[in-house]
Design a protein. Structure first.
Length: 309
């Protein structure tokens, strides 16, 4: 018999899957609400006459009703077939598979750097309360709120690529990862710092200090593990938005990720690619939510009896 907690988790997963299907349907309607389709892309080039364009619409299934188009797409997608690109004739699944690693490396690298910088700064601010780390924490948090990563990306290109000529403008991941990492660190450092300050009032912390342990060791070895739930929660939210949020960095630095693939598909009205890319991103958000819930339950056993949501 299935454990009640497992039942709640399974129900949560089913609800998340239903959300992915709803997102797919909404995106399907939105992309088709924009005037024109892929045949207009070819018409603008002047390579085809009206009869050829109409024949192309029929061969691509664009002459069918919207319910028929969605039903056909959903049936094939549920069987693992994401269709073929209307522009290139290549399997959409292969295009997504080729683009996704770049986005994952960019997102993962930015998150890792952000966690390292944010956690280290928050712990150091508590371990050395008389230092000037506190104002840096406030400044970094304000920076992440006030400065868009797109603007910082343009500034970094001007400084490091155009003026100093240290790095190429396109195709490099160092600057995008640093920009994303700084932004993530700003989102994490202030909530974690406040949580650590509350943990500092606990009895076990006073006991650790009474044993003569250094402030740094007490903060890092004893206080941080008791505040990991905040890091997990923030990381889940940030990474959920980051998979799709790397689009601007990919566009600025010419990285062949899923964001660039989606932008190119939108310009060319390549419906199957747009649909597959958005569904892939939605599926990753669902997966991240499930992993976040599981990690929360692992870190704090008291949440095992709580609702997964």
């Amino acid at each position: 018999m299935m454990d009640p907690a497992m039942k709640r988790t399974a129900a949560f997963a089913l609800r998340q899957g239903a959300k992915v299907l709803c997102i797919a349907f909404v995106i399907f309607l939105l992309v088709r609400a924009v005037p024109g389709d892929v045949t207009d892309f070819y018409a603008a080039r002047g390579d085809y006459d009206a009869a050829q364009l109409e024949a192309m619409r029929v061969s691509l299934g664009l002459d069918a009703s919207l319910p028929q188009q969605f039903g056909r797409w959903a049936w094939h997608a549920l069987h693992g077939d994401m269709g073929e690109s209307m522009r290139f004739g290549a399997p959409v699944g292969d295009m997504i598979a080729n683009a996704l690693p770049t986005s994952l490396v960019l997102s993962g690298g930015g998150l890792a750097l952000g966690l390292l910088l944010g956690v280290t700064l928050a712990v150091a601010g508590l371990a050395f309360p008389r230092s000037r780390i506190g104002p840096w924490i406030e400044s970094l948090n304000l920076w992440s709120i006030a400065v868009p990563t797109f603007c910082l990306g343009i500034l970094c290109i001007l400084v490091f690529s155009v003026w100093l000529k240290w790095l190429p403008i396109r195709g490099q991941m160092f600057l995008p990862i640093v920009i994303i990492g700084i932004d993530i660190a700003g989102q994490i450092v202030k909530p974690l710092y406040e949580e650590l300050k509350e943990t500092a009032q606990a009895a076990f912390v006073r006991t650790a200090h009474a044993k003569g342990l250094s402030r740094w060791r007490v903060a890092w070895r004893h206080m941080l593990p008791n505040s990991l739930s905040v890091v997990v929660a923030l990381s889940g939210v940030i990474l959920g938005g980051l998979i799709g949020g790397t689009l601007t960095m990919e566009a600025l630095f010419g990285l062949p990720g899923i964001g660039s693939l989606t932008l190119d598909a939108i310009r060319g009205r390549d419906y199957p690619v747009i649909q597959a890319a958005v569904v892939t991103l939605a599926a990753f958000v669902v997966l991240i939510n499930l992993l976040t819930v599981a990690m929360h339950r692992k870190i704090d056993p008291r949440l095992a009896r709580a609702n997964p949501e």
